[in-house]
Design a protein around this ligand. Structure first.
Ligand code: ADP
Length: 336
């Protein structure tokens, strides 16, 4: 009867909410040495499923330090392997969840590689963005409860601009097929190829955000199933060297660092179930507000470079990531 249907739906919703508590995952990915780099100087020691050991050179106090995450991908992990562990989260968008996936790390550590792929794309090297959209199409076509088109929006968030928050959905593009997605991604690739300097600027100064909206069938209660996913290639997390960056450049870099720590603060506050979540402290967190709450699932890909030169950024990146990951443990304990 109608009454039992409503009960059943309420029970499902209740279970969904229970599932979501403390739903923050952190995956670490180690970039391989690039052609021409000597691999004898690696700072990355043993890796197993969820642990990574970093070897610190004598200059930084010789020794080693271990970090634990939900998953660690070594330098030989393929794009397909990385995606297959991300896929369940992406699919949950079709069940009406809001999902946020971030790529975090210093410039050059592989964030864009994970999210978009390398400059010369082959089918094997497609990144999470492409694979996610492709997957969403595939399942939407099979299932009768979600509808095409998906609405897709790309946006660069520049924190240096003092203007108000950019309208996040101003450029929503309806897409109905993988072909259209490839075209959309190709446009992104062309824009990226414009100049190497522009690309460096992009990667160090702004957060690049791909948003996907999914609409589904009407539930018996009259509510419409809606899911939303943000795929965010964050600005480089490197700290600014004050002797090198001056004026506007320095200001910009400080804004970026501020927005990244604002993101960390929001995630901490959420996990501690704090009554005040400081979303308004940065444009990034303002934009993601609806996708970073109790009803949302969050995944952070933390990227590190294996070079000895990068050790100090590697350690601060992993410490930031551990702060985000510890949040999950905190929330899990509260639930028990
Ligand atoms: P970021 O976005 O963090 O600045 P990129 O994704 O641009 O870094 O990576 C820097 C360089 O390293 C690029 O040439 C990229 O193709 C390469 N690279 C990054 N990750 C990998 C990987 N997992 N396998 C092979 N090459 C990679």
């Amino acid at each position: 009867s109608g009454y039992h249907k409503v009960l059943e739906e309420n029970r499902k919703l209740y279970n969904q909410v229970q599932d979501l508590k403390g739903n923050i995952r952190v995956y670490c990915r180690v970039r391989p040495f690039l052609p021409g780099q000597s691999s004898s100087m690696s700072t990355v020691g043993h890796i197993d499923d969820g642990n990574i050991m970093i070897i610190t050179p004598s200059k930084y106090g010789k020794g080693h330090k271990s970090f634990s995450f939900n998953k660690v991908f070594g330098p030989f992990a393929t794009q397909e392997e990385v995606f297959s562990d991300t896929q369940p989260l992406i699919r949950s968008v079709l069940d009406g969840y809001n999902v946020c996936i971030f790529a975090y790390g210093q410039t050059g550590a592989g964030k864009t590689y994970t999210m978009s792929g390398p400059n010369e794309l082959t089918e094997e090297s497609f990144g999470v963005n492409y694979r996610a959209l492709n997957d969403l199409f595939h399942i939407s076509k099979q299932r009768k409860d979600t509808f095409l088109p998906l609405l897709v929006n790309t946006l660069d968030i520049h924190n240096s601009s003092q203007k108000g928050l950019a309208v996040p959905n101003a450029n929503l593009v309806p897409v109905t097929s993988t072909t259209e997605v490839v075209e959309l991604m190709n446009i992104g690739q062309k824009n990226r190829a414009v100049s190497a300097t522009a690309m460096n600027d992009r990667s160090s100064r702004s957060h690049s955000c791909l948003t996907i909206h999914v609409q589904g069938r009407e539930l018996a209660s009259g509510a419409v199933l809606r899911g939303c996913m943000h795929l965010v290639d964050l600005a480089g997390s490197e700290r600014v060297n004050k002797s090198e960056a001056k004026g506007d450049r320095l200001k910009e870099a400080q804004h970026i660092n501020k927005s990244l720590s604002a993101l960390g603060d929001v995630i901490s506050a959420l996990a501690q179930k704090s009554s005040h979540i400081p979303y308004r402290n940065s444009k990034l967190t303002q934009l993601l507000q609806d996708s970073l709450g109790g009803q949302a699932k969050t995944l952070m890909f933390v990227h590190i470079s294996p070079e000895a030169d990068a050790i100090s950024e590697t350690l601060s990146t992993l410490k930031f990531a551990e702060r985000v990951a510890s949040v999950e443990l905190g929330a899990a304990q509260v639930n028990k």
